[in-house]
Design a protein around this ligand. Structure first.
Ligand SMILES: Nc1ncnc2c1ncn2[C@@H]1O[C@H](COP(=O)(O)OP(=O)(O)OP(=O)(O)O)[C@@H](O)[C@H]1O
Ligand SMILES: [Mg+2]
Length: 227
């Protein structure tokens, strides 16, 4: 049995009628860490959006956890998203409530009901991202790097099999970027969560090399593929 958490085969990625990427073929195994690079407008976000079913896969086939992207129904999309964690450049925390309420709100929306289990899991994920004491703080009381840690904690709440991160360090200074990258490595190692991270920061990749997919000229190539 395959242990792929993502698999695309002859996939074509569109934005409306515009073809962005052709004949995309790759898979990501359970517990893998993969960078996604390419210049601005090359299609990194479009690829990630297809993987979390914000863009429909019009042509070719793709599987993300147990869902077939070319067949997924609108009402199944929230269930797919419960199995993946998504992280953006802007942290997208709710500014009108504290960190505990932010995470609780998200869990209730995902179907968590038991108050004690909710509290227990919130404490666990905050511990994992190294911010155990921010429960009652408001988002604006945290630094950018700390807010991104909370966004990562939020992405982890449901024990996802994969994290999809779209330039998660794009708003952070180099030192904070490295801390966030190291946090992704830690999560990847501790919980065997696969990570696919789009980034512009080639110096980070050079310093911390991992498997790298390159988006260019309407295609994706695996820079680490020797075959
Ligand atoms: N909502 C949209 N509607 C139509 N076209 C779009 C939309 N979003 C992106 N595009 C186009 O799709 C192409 C790929 O954009 P995409 O955002 O995937 O690139 P990217 O690699 O993520 O770039 P960046 O590094 O700037 O984030 C671009 O030509 C862009 O103009
Ligand atoms: Mg992008």
């Amino acid at each position: 049995m395959s242990s792929s958490v993502i698999s695309l085969s002859n996939a074509y990625i569109y934005q409306k009628d515009n073809l962005i990427l052709s004949d995309v073929n790759f898979s990501i195994e359970k517990g893998e860490f993969v960078y996604l690079i390419g210049k601005t407008g090359s299609g990194k976000s479009s690829l990630l959006k297809t993987l979390y079913a914000d863009l429909f896969l019009e042509k070719g086939s793709g599987t993300v956890v147990d869902y077939k992207l070319e067949e997924i129904k609108y009402k199944e999309i929230p269930f797919l998203r419960r199995k993946i964690g998504i992280i953006f450049q802007d942290f997208q925390l709710l500014s009108d409530r504290n960190i505990f309420q932010n995470l609780k709100f998200f869990m209730e929306a995902m179907g968590w009901e038991d108050k004690y289990k909710i509290e227990e899991r919130i404490v666990e994920v905050l511990e994992l991202v190294g911010l155990p004491e921010v429960l009652s703080k408001m988002p604006h009381q945290l630094s950018g790097g700390e807010q991104q840690r909370i966004a990562i904690a939020r992405a982890l709440l449901n024990h996802p099999e994969i994290l999809l991160a779209d330039e998660p360090t794009g708003n952070l200074d180099p030192e904070k970027s490295i801390e966030i990258l190291k946090l992704f490595f830690k999560i990847n190692e501790v919980s065997e969560t696969a990570v696919l991270m789009a980034t512009h920061e080639l110096d980070l990749i050079e310093r911390f090399p991992r498997r790298t997919l390159y988006c260019d000229n309407g295609a994706i190539t695996d820079l680490t593929d020797n075959s």
